[in-house]
Design a protein around this ligand. Sequence first.
Ligand SMILES: NC(=O)c1ccc[n+]([C@@H]2O[C@H](COP(=O)([O-])OP(=O)(O)OC[C@H]3O[C@@H](n4cnc5c(N)ncnc54)[C@H](OP(=O)(O)O)[C@@H]3O)[C@@H](O)[C@H]2O)c1
Length: 353
Amino acid sequence: MKQNKKKVALIAGSQGVIGLNLIKHLSTQDDWEIIGLSRRGGVSTDKVRHIAVDLLDPKDTYQKLSGLSRVTHLFYTAYQDKPTWAELVEPNVSMLVNAVNAIEKVADKLQHISLMQGYKVYGAHLGPFKTPARETDGEHMPPEFNVDQQKFLEQCQQNKSWSWSAIRPSVVGGFGLGNPMNLAMVIAVYASMSKELGIPLRFPGKPGAYDKLLEMTDADLLAKATVWAATNPNCANQAFNINNGDLFRWNDMWPKFARYFEMEIAPPLPMLLNVIMADKEKLWNEMVEKHHLAPHTYQEVSSWIFGDFVFAWDYDMIADGSKARRFGFHEFVDTEKMFYDIFDDLRDRKVIP
Ligand SMILES: NC(=O)c1ccc[n+]([C@@H]2O[C@H](COP(=O)([O-])OP(=O)(O)OC[C@H]3O[C@@H](n4cnc5c(N)ncnc54)[C@H](OP(=O)(O)O)[C@@H]3O)[C@@H](O)[C@H]2O)c1
């Protein structure tokens, strides 16, 4: 009887940096039942039921979601990585369309669909964009999958009883393995391997990126904000920038990282991590053995292309987070502490020495 009063969260992308941490947060709340969707699935527990499904396949999606009639909230955090901005559109829009169509068909108590976006909505990935970016800023030249996803959702919501929200984090900091976009992992593994080689820590990005303003979004803070927006009626059909609330520059942060890892810091040296780290699998495997690390493959801890992308931003990367605060979300995170907490967590899990 009590169980039926629970809200039922369906998280698409349950193994992602964002989805994984959203599930972790929801698991601490007594009023949620949790179902996760991903291709790889997962081991279900009394808190979380995992379903393996290919959201690119409409038939598989309909079939696997057909029994989920009690879902009240769809949290969409699935993502397909592709090499170009244009190639990202088709799979990422299709997966959302398939998930929404399948769940709408069976879940007659559906209240909300939450869409995970990012600063790409503002053209942040293309070059120096207007900062701080605001939710009301005008559109830019397509292709951009986040924009197309939101348009689909807005269109689909017409005359429906459910509402949507769109959440726009900066670069997300949180635990995850085998994710294409995991900046904390990039820094932790790059620093650990530099230390293993006995060389000082050097910022590998573009010269102009070292002193630009930047912000991050802690995955746990993001989870709280996502659930807040999905469950507050005044947030219905709104987009929100969500970030930690402080700004930093790499020229201040990298010496701190060096202190954390007990390394010397040296001046930046521009290099493409995806190229320079390509031959380091053997070194990683040796480190796993020498330091008795958990047996994660080099691929599982490598997001070098994403590192190169972020460290090439020789322009400010900031968005105004005040709309969320005006609407009632007041949490914040100290970004420096966030990095140390993630590095500590990676050490506790024996992912890095
Ligand atoms: N990470 C960041 O720093 C960041 C920052 C800002 C915005 N964002 C945005 O947030 C969203 C989520 O990003 P993320 O970094 O959390 O992604 P991620 O770590 O790559 O996770 C993606 C999730 O989607 C699942 N997935 C992929 N293809 C699937 C398919 N065909 N069927 C079912 N599940 C599928 C993956 O699991 P399987 O591989 O097992 O299927 C995984 O659980 C993206 O739109 C991204 O642009 C991310």
